[in-house]
Each structure stands twice: as structure tokens, then as C-alpha cells.
Design a protein around this ligand. Structure first.
Ligand SMILES: CC(C)(COP(=O)(O)OP(=O)(O)OC[C@H]1O[C@@H](n2cnc3c(N)ncnc32)[C@H](O)[C@@H]1OP(=O)(O)O)[C@@H](O)C(=O)NCCC(=O)NCCS
Length: 333
């Protein structure tokens, strides 16, 4: 007998949290090839679910009392995207559990007024794509999942990029786990320029970050979640605007991996070598301060020639293909 139970973050038992890690940890391990350490993983998960600045639902599926799957959606303040994850342990697949979880997510999201779920699949876990196609999801942008080993970073090249991107009238640096209060308004303006990056046909990719939502995301991921973030930046000293920013997330649950998140050069500042500058600053910072990190992962749109060119010059190579999907939450056939 299959039973779907909601996981309430405030009151969940230790056993329920362990069940959640058993399923989701397995999925992320299959995706990234590195085990997911339970306690840091759960600390981050609880921090997110209890942060109060998101709408979230998380469910566990049990097959005769044994955990078989998990599914969740979350929409954080500052993002239009409703991030959704569904995973069923390999030994329980093709028994309709994934579909039961998806149906439950859709009805809960619909009741909350959320019209669309946003999902993600990786080609080295191929069941996800087949499942979503079967269930009527709309395929969105396809991205290259790239990887660079830190031992392969060309330090001399990174220094040259920093020298070439250092221009009069601009200052640059790397922040660890903070965005200084006096810069947060301008930082958020630059962050929202990610909406100009190629993002294919999907409607719900937009970011609408505010200073408060940014502070909350730092609190959630770093202060309460126990993780680290590096933010490289270039700033126009006259206007105070940020010309380029790039952030790297270091998850405690996968301690040898770094995730390169967004890098953006604001449109009017392009063509100055700032994109390369911020990437190089973060790369050197990683090598110098984070010896435990062995590789950097990133995901780039196949249509984003500028970012791909920088990454290829840095030595990133494609190891996966990532696909983004959208799914309406109205009643499905
Ligand atoms: C995707 C996933 C959640 C599906 O779970 P599941 O419980 O096996 O799915 P269901 O049994 O409900 O499958 C529903 C239908 O999807 C299709 N489907 C699912 N997996 C498939 C596969 N491996 N090959 C072909 N079709 C598949 C089938 O049409 C299936 O119906 P059928 O078995 O009657 O033919 C599971 O394979 C998984 O955990 N994969 C890794 C995580 C992931 O990629 N998640 C998706 C993105 S969030």
C-alpha cells in the first residue's frame, strides 16, 4: 500500500528527516557523483523550509511503511520560479509512486494559487526526462552541465584575466558569506540583470530580487544552513553600480564540490573583460582558501555563447546535459 505523507518541517520526527535524506541524498549523489552527508544536508533543508520567506510543501511516499520517494516544491521570495523535485528510490520505480507524488504536488500548488512548477532533469539520471514527457511537462531550455577540476585551473591565465579586467574607475574584490549593507541595493540591481541571459521558452525564469529577499537568502543558506558563498564583484566607483558579479556556492553536504551559480556582466559594462575578471577572482580565491574543493560544477545554456566561451577557456568540459521543464498545476488527465 502506498501512502503519501506531508513532511512538516517544524514538527517532523528524526526518522522522517532521515527518510527524506535517504531519498533526496541518493538522488543528488546519483546526479553529482559525490555522497550527500546527512547532517549538513538536513540542516540546509530545515533552514530553507522554516525560513518563513517561502511557500513550500514537502511529501514522503511510503510503500508498506518503507520510505520509497519524496517530492517537494518551494518558491522563495525574490524568485518567480517554483522549484520542484521528485525522486523515487530506484528499487521502487515504475510502480506509479512518482505519478502519485506529482499529482499531489500539482493539486497542492494549484490550491495555493501557483500555476506552474519548474523542474530539472540530468541526462545521467534518464528516468526523469521520460517521466516528465509522459506526464505532459513542457520542455524548456537545455544546458551544458560543465565541470572543472581545481587542480587544472591555470593560475597564470587567471592572473592575466585579472590584470586585463582591472580598469581605472572600477574596483573589484571577493566577499565571503556577506554582502555589505551599503552595497546591497546596487548588488540586487546587478543580480536582477540575469533576466537578460538567454533562458529559452519558459515563462517562469524571471528573478525579482529585492534587498530583503537577498538578506533572507544569505540567512537561509549561510547563517542557518551552515554553507558558504563566495561573491566576486566589479564596481563602478563613480556611479556605485556593480558592473559584474559572480557567485559560487559551497555546500557542506557535498564538501568537495563547488557550484558556480550566476555570473553576469550588466549590459552597459560588457566588452571590458569583467566577466573573465570575476570568474578568475573566484577561481583564485577557491584555490587559496578552500583546499578541500576538488571541482567546480556549472550549468550553461547552450545558446549562451559568451558564458560558454569563458568557461571553455577556463578549462570547463561538459559532463552532463541539463534540461529545465515547466508543468501546469491545473487538473491533469
Ligand atoms: C522520475 C521518477 C521520479 C519517476 O518515478 P516512478 O515512481 O518510477 O514513476 P511512475 O511509476 O509513476 O511512472 C509514471 C510513468 O512515467 C513514465 N516513466 C517513468 N520512468 C520511466 C522510465 N525509466 N522509462 C520510461 N518511462 C518512464 C512511464 O510512462 C510511467 O508509466 P508506466 O510505468 O505505466 O509506463 C524516478 O524515476 C526518479 O526518481 N528519477 C530520478 C529523479 C528525477 O529525475 N526526477 C525528475 C525531475 S524532478
Amino acid at each position: 500500500m502506498i501512502e503519501i505523507k506531508r513532511l512538516f518541517a517544524e514538527t517532523a520526527t528524526t526518522e522522517e528527516w532521515h527518510d527524506y535524506h535517504r531519498v533526496m541524498g541518493r538522488y543528488y549523489e546519483d546526479m553529482n557523483g559525490e555522497p550527500v552527508e546527512r547532517e549538513p544536508f538536513l540542516r540546509t533543508a530545515k533552514s530553507g523550509m522554516t525560513s518563513g520567506n517561502c511557500v513550500e510543501r514537502t511529501f514522503l511516499a511510503y510503500d508498506n511503511g518503507v520510505v520509497a520517494g519524496s517530492a517537494s516544491f518551494v518558491r522563495y521570495d525574490g524568485f518567480e520560479i517554483v522549484f520542484t523535485d521528485i525522486a523515487v528510490l530506484p528499487e521502487f520505480r515504475r510502480r506509479g509512486i512518482g505519478k502519485r507524488l506529482l499529482d499531489r504536488l500539482c493539486s497542492e500548488a494549484h490550491a495555493l494559487g501557483l500555476a506552474k512548477l519548474f523542474l530539472f532533469t540530468v541526462d545521467n539520471v534518464p528516468s526523469g526526462e521520460l517521466f516528465l514527457l509522459r506526464n505532459g511537462a513542457k520542455k524548456g531550455i537545455v544546458q551544458k552541465g560543465n565541470r572543472l577540476f581545481t587542480k587544472d585551473i591555470d593560475v597564470a591565465l587567471m592572473r592575466r584575466w585579472i590584470a586585463a579586467g582591472t580598469k581605472a574607475g572600477f574596483e573589484s574584490g571577493v566577499w565571503h558569506n556577506r554582502i555589505p549593507e551599503e552595497h546591497i541595493e546596487q548588488y540586487v540591481v546587478a543580480y536582477n540583470s540575469i533576466n537578460d541571459a538567454p533562458h529559452g521558452e519558459l515563462e517562469t525564469m524571471a528573478v525579482a530580487m529585492t534587498p530583503d529577499a537577498m538578506r533572507a537568502s544569505i540567512r537561509r543558506f549561510i547563517v542557518n544552513g551552515g554553507n558558504d558563498i563566495l561573491i566576486a564583484w566589479v564596481r563602478d566607483t563613480l556611479s556605485g553600480e556593480f558592473a559584474a558579479i559572480s557567485d559560487i556556492a559551497l555546500n557542506r553536504s557535498q564538501p568537495m564540490l563547488a557550484f558556480q551559480n550566476n555570473t553576469m556582466t550588466v549590459p552597459q559594462y560588457r566588452g571590458n573583460g569583467f566577466g573573465k575578471l570575476v570568474k578568475a577572482q573566484n577561481a583564485l580565491h577557491l584555490i587559496e582558501h578552500w583546499p578541500r574543493i576538488q571541482s567546480i560544477r556549472t550549468s550553461n545554456a547552450e545558446v549562451n555563447d559568451a558564458m560558454l566561451a569563458i568557461n571553455e577557456k577556463m578549462g570547463f568540459t561538459q559532463v552532463q546535459t541539463h534540461t529545465f521543464w515547466e508543468m501546469g498545476t491545473e487538473k491533469r488527465i
